[in-house]
Ligand binder design. Structure first.
Ligand SMILES: *Cc1c(COP(=O)(O)O)cnc(C)c1O
Length: 353
């Protein structure tokens, strides 16, 4: 979901943004009309996330999936003939596994812990990095399986890298604990098409010479994300979403609401005689809540009935099945209450017989 006020404002400005007589879609990315739009997005993101001044904020394309290659290339890539570098990764789900598979093309990445043994329904204890590691990789919120890190691994001088695609702006986060943070916009920030990268200055300039210019962080850092045409319209919408976050009271308020929404749903799931949550209590995501009845056919019946009642996008990820409620920032508590009411009714119809 995107916040309704954001969509309404975008609608009003569709053909004439800020009195320019143009749609943002029509603006040249280097024009005086677009400049304040991209600048505002960066200023607001820095303010809301309290990003220290020794970090660069980049607006890139290619989605979070391109970061699965850019991170190892830039932090652990080597010149031909050089010894491969090492890195550590904790395998907490399907996105972490995808990042691993991509990284293995460029570096010796070791899986230091994994929760694969239990279908990724918990976050394993994270060992300290190996001494020579180029980076230590985690996926902070595991969108598909519904787990979330609560205590970050201690990595000392080894840069901690996190995929925060599905939890960015869901709660305050201490950016200074990380070397690189990245997020595709389409979960909590805006429409698909822009990927935010937050990178500590000292990690720029490490990519080997053969790295394509577009996949090099310093290319984009040196050009203020204008090496080539950035995704102008998604950046504009992201700016509106950031204004909305600020108006709502910033991340402490957003976090309180997200915790309230998640607790409402988990409390019902824990008490339900029909539905059950799949993730262990300590590691439950406040953004993605997967659950099942234990009967695939009944799950499907529930999904079809829910859709008829106007409750959409509830199917679990195609790789795991089941049911998943994604309750991103823009989902109001009323939406979660409606879902729980519907589930209670469905439960009453299916358990008593
Ligand atoms: C959605 C998602 C991705 C994939 O993002 P794309 O922008 O489609 O590449 C990667 N990681 C996480 C945690 C996600 O939730």
């Amino acid at each position: 979901m995107l916040p309704l006020p954001v969509l309404e404002r975008a609608g009003t400005e569709m053909c004439d943004a800020n009195g320019t007589g143009q749609s943002v879609m029509e603006m040249s990315h280097r024009s005086k009309d677009f400049k304040p739009i991209i600048e505002k997005a960066e200023v607001l993101l820095r303010k809301i996330m309290v990003i220290p001044s020794n970090y660069k904020v980049l607006f890139l394309q290619g989605g979070a999936s391109t970061q699965f290659a850019m991170v190892p290339l830039n932090l652990a890539g080597v010149e031909p003939g050089e010894k491969r570098k090492s890195a550590s990764l904790v395998e907490t789900g399907i996105w972490a596994k995808k990042a691993l598979d991509e990284a293995l093309k460029y570096a010796d990445v070791e899986v230091r812990a994994s929760s694969k043994d239990a279908a990724y329904n918990y976050i394993p204890a994270a060992p300290a990095p190996n001494r020579d590691d180029s980076y230590y990789y985690i996926c902070l919120n595991n969108t598909i399986v519904g787990t979330q890190w609560d205590v970050l691994p201690e990595t000392g001088s080894v840069p901690l890298v996190a995929d925060i695609s599905s939890c960015i702006l869901s709660a305050p986060l201490d950016v200074s604990k990380f070397g690189i943070l990245f997020a595709g916009a389409q979960k909590n920030l805006g429409p698909a098409g822009v990927t935010v990268v937050i990178i500590r200055d000292d990690l720029l300039g490490r990519a080997p010479s053969w790295t394509p210019a577009m996949l090099r962080y310093e290319t984009h850092a040196n050009e203020g994300s204008m090496y080539n045409t950035p995704p102008c319209y998604p950046i504009y919408i992201m700016g509106l979403v950031l204004e909305w976050v600020e108006r709502e009271g910033g991340l402490p308020v957003i976090e309180r609401r997200n915790r309230e929404k998640a607790a409402f749903l988990y409390d019902y799931l824990d008490a339900s005689a029909l539905f059950r949550p799949v993730v262990q209590p300590l590691h439950r995501s406040i953004m993605n809540v997967p659950f099942i009845t234990g009967n695939d056919l009944l799950d499907k019946e529930f999904l079809a009935a829910a859709e008829k009642a106007g409750l959409v996008n509830l199917a679990g990820h195609r790789l795991v099945g089941g049911i998943r409620a994604s309750i991103y920032n823009a989902m109001p508590i009323e939406g979660v209450q409606k879902l729980v009411d519907f589930m209670k009714d469905f439960e009453a119809r299916h358990v008593s017989r």
